[in-house]
Every structure is written in C-alpha cells, then in structure tokens.
Ligand binder design. Structure first.
Ligand code: ADP
Length: 462
C-alpha cells in the first residue's frame, strides 16, 4: 500500500512532544512490514542544521531520507516556517498559525501530484494536518488524481484543536457553506480538528481506552458529540516504544547496563542517581522518579496537594521536568524543606531522564488524562515499577500485575498508592519478581504498525 504520513513534527527533524516520536517511528515500522511510505512536514528552520543531509527537489521543497529510503519532504516557506519555534515563541502561539498550517496542508496535496505519488492512504496527525481531508473532499474532489484516496486522522491529544476566529475563515479558500455546526464551526469559532474529524474516513487515537474516553463529556473537550456520531469509525491503537533508544541493555547514558539476565546490576544505577542528585546513597529506601511536563494534565494538581505528606514518608523522590511556574515554585520550596528527600531538576535533560528511568525503583505518573504516555512504557522496560492513575494509555499498559494503579483521582488515593508501593518494595523476593514481570512487557512498534495496516485496509473499504 502507498501511504503518506502528514505531521507537523517528525523525529529526528523537529519535536515538541509524542506526536513527533510516532510520526518518526511508524513509517519505519510500516516499511519493515513491506509498505511504501513517504512523510511530509513543514520545513522549519531547524531542518537546516548540518546534522541532517538535506537535498533539494524544488525551490520550495527539500527532502531527507530516513530508514531504507523513506523520503521526508519539507514544505518550505520563508515567511511561514523559517523561524525558531514550531507553533509559537516562549510566551504565545504565533498569530498566523492558521495561515501557516493551511498553507502546509494545501501544498502537501499539490506536491503529491507534482511527484506523482498517488497514495491509497493519507494518514494525518492532529489539527495542524487536519485541513488535508477538508481540502481533499472539497477543493480537490473533481480532480481525478485525488479520486478514492482515503484519509485517517490520528488524534494525539484532543485538548489541542486549532481554534480560530470566524473572521479568519476566508483565509482557507473554502466555501462559507462549510462554516456550520456539522462541519468547521464550533461555538461561533472555527475548529480545524473538528474539520479533520468530519472529513476523514477513519479517526483514531493513541490508545484504546482514550478512544472511548474522548467520546465522553469529561474527556472530549467539547468534541464528544462529533465523535459519538462517528463512533463506528473511531479506533484506538497504542503507540509503540522505540527500543533502539529505550533499552537498559544498550543505553549509553546509564552507568551500568542490565537486562533480564542480570537484574541485580540495576542497583548500581540507583547509587549513581542518588550521587548525582545529592541524595543519601541508600539501597533500602525506595527511590521514586518523575520525568514529566509539570502540568495539571500530568497529575501535578494532586501531587502538589500531597507533596508535603509524601516528603514525610520513608522514601526519596527525584523530579525532572519543566512547566507551570506555580509547580516550579512549590517544588523549590519543598526541596528547601526536605533536601534529603527531594531532588529537583527544572530543565529538559535527556541523559538525566535515562538515568532516572534506570535508577529509580518506582516511576510516578498520576496523569489526570493520558492519551497514550511514554514514561510508563519506558519505565517498564527498565524494571522501574510504574505508579499511575487509571486513565487512557496508562490503563491500557499498567495493571496491578506490573505496577501500581489507583482509580480515584484524589490526593488521598495517590498517597495510599505510594504507601502500597513502598510496602511492596520492602518485600525483596516479591519485588524482584515484579521487576522481572515489568521488564518482560513488550510495546514494540511492530505490533502497533500491524494494527495500523489493518486500519488502513478498513479505510480502503470505506
Ligand atoms: P507528553 O504528553 O509530554 O508527550 P509522554 O509521556 O507521551 O508525555 O512523553 C514524554 C516524553 O518526554 C518521555 O519520553 C519523557 O521521558 C520525555 N520528557 C518529558 N520531560 C522531560 C524532561 N524534562 N527532560 C527529558 N525528557 C523529558
């Protein structure tokens, strides 16, 4: 099958979140299963880095190659994409994001014809690519080249919808008749993700549980009605994990490599982490790790309420992350009060993240909602027990069998689950068995890619 992947960020060229990991890894996994894939993304300033070998196709189109000759095309535009940020600067979103991403979508469709790549499937991701099916089914409907091309929309986080004012609608070059409640209108505004949801043949999200949750009022961010109407076309496929990056056996960032064959070697990483974090080097105290955006979505509201109680328990806590200022300030206060308990790192630091996954005993991820989540899958691979709230991808990957789960989103339940994990840690023989079970979990991209192929086949019959 010929597939084109459209995403606004793709590893290794540009990344702000999990979308880029998926858009970079899924094409490789699909190719390994025999599919023909190309990728199209905006040509941001970052791609001009000498570390990428970029070739020129046209004045405004360049490309690079990933995997075994998968072409990643970059839609260039001096005015729209030659900037440092992907979606905005430090303080706010760029005011011309609608112009930028509508341009990207239209130019992508034109490019297909120019390079004569007629895909069976266009797989689009998130609101930034959501105008592709809208244009396909409205502007390009009478052009034979685009006939019968099917589209799949993957929603990575329904909280981000691409909302713009009604006054900007003419910029899209679409008929005003599309600005109605059944299509692009959303409470008087224009909602680009909604357009993608309405005009795609199939909608999917990044975990089965999240695909159900977003059809409810609690998690749907106002789009639950649209999803409900299309519920027979809504699916969920868990993201895979790139085990060439996340593997304790080969990880270059950790002080001691280990595997199921020598799990004991894991404790050297704990010592190393305690030293780096200036915490007392003790093997018999459970070390809890967090690598996360410091945001309410990630559970920091209940964590903030619980933190002083947690710090009085017999444990250590390493936190790596950046995010909301209020959490920065609160955690800094806690460090001053409990310097032997908390070690805080308010930055983005990939090597330290690897050390935390390897050196902690328990990985804490109490997200309020979580479309898929990578942290829990990484920590399982490193034999670090995940402690999670039962939601979205966390519910699909962590059970009482390979971690600790609470299902009432409240600080008390978080504290009790931490207590439970501490007790389990103190039972050494049981703990080792748990680690083993965790390390045996497998969330490879191969399995996810097979599921995507089944979905593409389903779309072909729509
Ligand atoms: P998100 O909603 O932020 O995409 P995920 O769990 O899907 O959450 O993925 C987050 C990824 O980013 C994980 O690989 C995690 O290790 C990494 N990460 C998050 N914060 C940091 C940080 N401060 N430093 C290093 N890596 C981080």
């Amino acid at each position: 099958m010929k597939i084109i992947m459209c995403a606004s960020e793709v590893v290794p060229f540009a990344k702000t979140g999990g979308l880029a990991d998926v858009a970079g890894a899924l094409p490789l996994a699909l190719q390994n299963l025999g599919e023909e894939v190309i990728v199209v993304m905006p040509g941001y300033k970052a791609i001009q880095s000498p570390k990428f070998s970029i070739k020129r196709l046209r004045d405004d189109i360049s490309y690079a190659v990933i995997g075994k000759n998968i072409k990643v095309y970059f839609i260039e535009n001096e005015k729209y994409f030659n900037r440092d940020g992907l979606y905005g600067d430090k303080t706010s979103d760029y005011p011309d994001n609608l112009d930028r991403f509508s341009y990207y979508c239209k130019r992508t469709l034109e490019l297909l014809k120019e390079i004569n790549f007629r895909p069976g499937i266009i797989h689009i991701h998130d609101w930034q690519a959501s105008l592709v099916p809208v244009y396909l089914k409205n502007l390009y409907i009478n052009d034979g080249f685009y006939k019968n091309i099917k589209t799949i929309l993957t929603i990575h986080n329904i909280g981000y919808q691409g909302l713009f004012s009604k006054e900007e609608f003419p910029k899209l070059g679409l008929d005003w008749s599309l600005f109605n409640m059944e299509m692009l209108e959303f409470y008087g505004k224009m909602n680009i993700l909604k357009g993608g949801m309405v005009f795609s043949d199939i909608i999917n999200t990044v975990s089965p549980t999240y695909s159900k949750e977003i059809q409810t009022k609690e998690f749907g961010f106002g789009l639950e009605g649209v999803l409900n109407k299309r519920r027979d076309s809504v699916f969920g496929i868990l993201n895979g994990l790139d085990y060439s990056i996340w593997n304790p056996e080969t990880d270059k960032f950790i002080s001691q490599n280990y595997s199921l064959q020598n799990i004991n070697a894991k404790h050297k990483n704990k010592e190393d982490l305690q030293r780096i974090c200036k915490l007392p080097v003790k093997n018999d105290v459970p070390l809890f790790g967090i690598v996360s955006r410091l945001a309410q979505q990630k559970g920091f509201d209940i964590l903030a309420e619980a933190i002083s109680k947690i710090c009085k328990m017999e444990l250590q806590l390493v936190i790596l992350g950046t995010g909301d200022l209020k959490y920065h300030l609160l955690l800094e206060k806690m460090v001053k009060k409990f310097p032997e308990v908390i070690s805080l790192h308010l930055k983005f630091d990939d090597p330290l993240a690897h050390k935390i996954y390897a050196g902690s005993d328990i990985f804490v991820m109490p997200s309020k909602y979580e479309p898929c989540g990578l942290g829990q899958m990484i920590s399982l691979k490193y034999g670090t027990m995940p402690l999670v709230f039962k939601t979205g991808g966390l519910a699909d990957t962590v059970t009482e069998d390979n971690g600790f789960v609470f299902d009432n989103y409240h600080k008390k339940d978080l504290i009790n689950t931490i207590k439970k994990a501490t007790q389990a840690f103190n039972n050494k023989s049981k703990w080792e068995k748990l680690i083993e079970k965790a390390m045996r979990c497998n969330f490879s991209w191969e399995e996810s890619a097979r599921e995507y192929i089944r979905l593409y086949e389903k779309a072909s019959t729509c």
